[in-house]
Ligand binder design. Structure first.
Ligand code: CA
Length: 228
């Protein structure tokens, strides 16, 4: 899941970015309203966290433009002003929720999860399953053959991506951008290291291996034994 933060207070933005990354989200951060609008129009974000008072273009204008251009991703407003008319205005413009500063990170994270859950609507799955491997998106739990597997936030994000796109060979560059929110740098083996750890946890104790390396191409998760 990818989140865009538009927040001109550098410290707040960085604090949110780090917290959300640790919670397993891929995060884009910008400090300017105009950049924020461009990123939101071009990127595939599942949620935008939008400050109201911004240089370049304020949060209201950014949201208005997004909705005008048929971008329907949920928007969570951050407002420093606890004024009823501000909240009403945001909600009227099509914001999904708002938080009044100062707020705790735990509160923000809870709101983010609720909005993302709501945004998925009633038909969206909350559990991914491949063979006997299960990933519960809401409880953020993974189990195989009924046995709980404990993953770090990054490992969870990685497994979620592999399971959502099961059967597809995912290049390292795509994994890097979706899970690490970074451009792939061939000098880094961070993906391979994480993948190795994930495979130990997911596959080592089982005869049926689910995660496979496709030499020179990337990784695929599928319940077939052919690509061992
Ligand atoms: Ca601001």
């Amino acid at each position: 899941m990818k989140i865009l933060i538009v927040e001109d207070e550098v410290k707040t933005g960085e604090y949110l970015r780090l917290g959300l990354c640790e919670a397993g989200f891929a995060v884009d951060l910008t400090h300017d309203g105009v950049d924020g609008l461009h990123l939101a129009l071009e990127g595939n974000h599942d949620l935008v966290i939008l400050d109201v008072m911004l240089p370049g273009m304020d949060g209201w204008q950014v949201l208005t433009q997004l909705r005008r251009q048929q971008k329907t991703m949920p928007v969570l407003f951050l407002t420093a002003r606890d004024q009823v008319e501000d909240r009403v205005k945001g909600l009227e413009l099509g914001a999904d929720d708002y938080l009044v500063k100062p707020f705790s990170f735990a509160e923000l994270l809870a709101r983010v999860r609720i909005i993302l859950r709501r945004g998925r609507g009633t038909v969206e799955v909350t559990t991914l399953q491949v063979a006997d491997l299960e990933l519960d998106l809401l409880r953020r739990r993974v189990s195989r053959d009924g046995r709980r597997i404990t993953l770090t936030a990054k490992e969870f994000g990685l497994l979620e991506l592999l399971m959502r796109r099961q059967g597809e060979v995912l290049p390292r560059s795509l994994i890097a951008s979706q899970v690490w929110d970074m451009n792939f740098d061939s000098d880094t083996n961070v993906i391979d290291v994480a993948m190795r750890r994930l495979r130990v946890k997911v596959d080592d104790d089982f005869d049926l291996k689910l995660i496979h390396t496709v030499r020179g191409m990337g990784y695929v998760l599928e319940a077939s034994e052919e690509k061992a």
